[in-house]
Design a protein around this ligand. Structure first.
Ligand code: HAM
Length: 436
């Protein structure tokens, strides 16, 4: 059905998350929370707004995110703030600002929540989206990024997602990358006329980005060009070899993709993406992206601290769960008790009673806005509850609600202080008869 055009609607590229969809978010978050806790990643939260220069400096001035996609605002006090487009710079800022430098290392952090990028909205690409994000500060060991990849693979597996592949590459560091950049630029310049318009611009500002251009004409040229793996210095080469060795030993399926560079400026050495096997050709829908970024923390806090991390796109993961018909429905406990009330005193008494039932972990259902007892009993019938507790003015005064068995129609007054116990016993008895 076509939705009526309303005066107020969600901004382009942003969506309401309705109750049915919330079940998916809850599932992804609860599994990520469990894994973060188990693997020792401490959960933190940072503000949605940050000094916009933090992203210019960290995400990188030539990235699409900084050039085109940041939501910027000027406050009444004249500060320039940005809605965070990613978590990594915020966590690096928080690491220094909160003295985590003095914590035992590595410092492993986990965060999740909404991010904002002014992108052209399309399937799997939103202007407000969510990530689950893990970072490790203070380890230059290859096992640190393998731990992050492993964690994401395990989270996806736990969600029921199996047909995925890890694409991986090394993009070197400040020792070896500048020379490769020179060689690549020389090669691309010779083929400049055959590149798409965007790549012709990239060639001047960020030639590495030409490598992961989706245009067929550019891919053709790139495929015949020099590959960074052949230009890695000894340290980067050994590091990458170790990463691949670990992945093999852990049985994580991976594919070496020499053209994977990722769209953020801070990466050094390992970069990776996790994508559904069926999307390997198009590579439009990475579920997870990350890598090592040994130079970033120095830019923010002036201290040389190696780091690595990764982020999973919650909407991408949810879309994939839906495509694969993977259910996230929790078995909801269906209430067997309905609380029916009549009059103001009874409504107040009902609220107190509901709280007691919650403490006793007995699910109940009710309709406090209804006044007619007949109506409430009809609802109780429809919900097929076993018992109804009826509270009117008199029951409040006598401190003895009525407990009615909906199957037999039998009912009796139960002293208020014995009610929970009585209900518990009745439900137990009911269960025993059902099992016989
Ligand atoms: P990213 O590749 O920009 O990396 O984003 C990570 C994931 O977020 C993507 O693989 C995708 O699933 C999801 N994502 C990104 N943009 C959108 C969008 N517009 N709509 C829906 N989902 C989206 C980062 O953000 C890095 N900070 C990851 C990282 C952490 N690297 C090191 N540590």
């Amino acid at each position: 059905m076509k939705k009526p055009r309303l005066k107020f609607q969600t901004p382009t590229g942003m969506r309401d998350i309705l109750p049915e969809e919330e079940a998916y978010y809850e599932r992804v978050y609860s599994i990520a929370d469990q894994y973060a806790d188990f693997y020792g990643f401490k959960k933190i939260e940072t503000p949605i707004l940050e000094d916009y220069e933090l992203f210019v400096k960290s995400t990188g001035p030539t990235t699409d995110i900084v050039e085109k996609q940041m939501y910027l605002l000027k406050t009444k006090g004249g500060e320039y703030l940005a809605l965070r487009p990613e978590f990594t710079p915020s966590l690096a800022r928080s690491y220094f600002e909160n003295g985590m430098v003095a914590w035992p290392h590595p410092v492993k952090l986990y965060t999740r929540g909404p991010l904002f990028r002014y992108e052209r909205p399309q399937a799997g690409r939103y202007r407000q989206f969510h990530q689950i994000n893990f970072e490790t500060f203070g380890s230059k060991k290859p096992i640190a990024e393998v731990e992050i990849i492993w964690l994401f693979v395990k989270i996806l597996e736990k969600l029921g997602i199996k047909n995925i592949v890890v694409e991986i590459n090394s993009i070197g560091d400040s020792q070896c990358r500048p020379y490769y950049k020179k060689v690549l630029t020389r090669y691309l310049k010779r083929n400049e006329t055959a590149l798409c318009a965007t790549c012709r611009k990239r060639l001047k500002r960020n030639p590495l980005r030409v490598l992961d251009c989706k245009e067929v004409r550019c891919q053709k040229i790139v495929k015949q060009g020099p590959q960074i793996v052949d230009y890695l210095c000894e340290e980067c080469h050994d590091h990458f070899e170790k990463v691949l060795e670990y992945l093999e030993a852990l049985g994580i399926p991976y594919i070496l993709n020499p053209y994977l560079v990722r769209g953020l400026d801070y990466y050094t050495k390992t970069v990776f993406e996790i994508i559904p096997q069926k999307d390997q050709e198009t590579r439009q829908s990475a579920l997870v992206g990350g890598g090592r970024y040994d130079g970033l923390l120095k830019l923010i806090g002036k201290q040389d601290i190696p780091a690595c991390g990764g982020a999973g796109g919650v909407e991408r993961i949810i879309d994939f769960l839906k495509e694969e018909n993977i259910s996230v429905k929790r078995k909801e406990s269906t209430p067997e008790i309905f609380i029916a009330q009549l009059g103001d005193e009874a409504k107040i008494e009902s609220l107190k009673l509901i709280e007691e039932f919650q403490k006793a972990k007995i699910p109940v259902t009710f309709q406090l806005s209804r006044d007619s007892l007949t109506n409430q009993l009809k609802i109780a019938n429809r919900k097929k509850v076993k018992y109804v507790i009826i509270i009117g003015k008199e029951e409040v005064l006598k401190k003895a609600p009525i407990l009615r068995n909906m199957e037999t129609g039998d009912q009796k007054s139960v002293p208020r202080n014995r009610l929970i116990k009585e209900v518990k016993n009745a439900l137990k008895k009911e269960k025993r008869t059902r099992l016989k």
